[in-house]
Design a protein around this ligand. Structure first.
Ligand SMILES: [Zn+2]
Length: 234
């Protein structure tokens, strides 16, 4: 039994050099055995990457079978006069759109992904509104909120995909949240009473602005920015 003189690792009888630190092995009492097969393969092989197509197929099959099974149950066995399976089918479609297209389309821009995700949420809420006979609230309240949220998220994805710093990204995300919250209250007020009276959303938006101002100051002061980067390991 030989040990590496440099790092002390136990050496195989066939090793000409230490596998860890590459120090040549010289043991006069036990010369290197060239006859025995080496313990490690001499040729490097690539590890087969996980197939994204197979994973996408598996996820699709899983969602499809859940949707079909629930549809069949709803139609023939558990039909209480309500299309409850629409909830499951809608959730399956939404999750499928969230998970599978990004797997198949490599290099899909972030904003396209977010746009697709928003559309999926819209489709799901639409299916729910069919079951609850809520076409009015869907068109009057849910759709404007989803469209606004989708537009904000897509725009954010478009801006952020151009490689922003963490500081800029956080500032933009906080700003987007403030904008979205004001939009929600606007649509809720219009839906409930008609006129827009800013209330709780202004409080949230003010908090967002209060957070954005110091972030902007830090961003535009090189000394502060470098200090923030050091402290938060950015
Ligand atoms: Zn060694």
């Amino acid at each position: 039994m030989s040990y590496c003189v440099n790092c002390g690792v136990e050496l195989d009888a066939t090793a000409r050099a230490c596998p860890l630190c590459h120090t040549p092995v010289q043991n006069p009492n036990r010369p290197v055995d060239a006859e025995l097969p080496p313990p490690f393969p001499s040729r490097r092989k690539e590890v087969q990457p996980a197939s994204k197509k197979e994973l996408a197929l598996l996820i699709s099959a899983m969602f499809a079978s859940v949707a079909v099974l629930c549809g069949v149950l709803n139609l023939f066995f558990l039909h209480s006069g309500r299309p409850w399976s629409l909830y499951v089918v809608g959730a399956a479609v939404m999750l499928w759109l969230w998970l599978v297209p990004p797997l198949l389309l490599r290099g899909m821009p972030l904003w396209v992904r977010l746009l697709l995700d928003s559309c999926a949420v819209g489709v799901y809420v639409y299916l729910i509104s069919i079951d609850l006979h809520g076409q009015r609230w869907f068109l009057g309240l849910a759709l404007p909120i989803i469209l606004t949220g989708g537009a904000i998220v897509t725009a954010l994805g478009l801006i952020l995909s151009r490689g922003r710093s963490i500081l800029s990204s956080v500032t933009l995300i906080i700003g987007a949240v403030g904008l979205f919250v004001v939009g929600i209250e606007l649509f809720v007020d219009r839906w409930m009473g008609g006129s827009y009276e800013p209330g709780w959303s202004i409080v949230v938006a003010t908090v967002c602005i209060a957070l954005i101002i110091p972030l902007l100051v830090v961003r535009h002061r090189p000394a502060l920015r470098d200090e923030a980067r050091r402290r938060f390991h950015m």
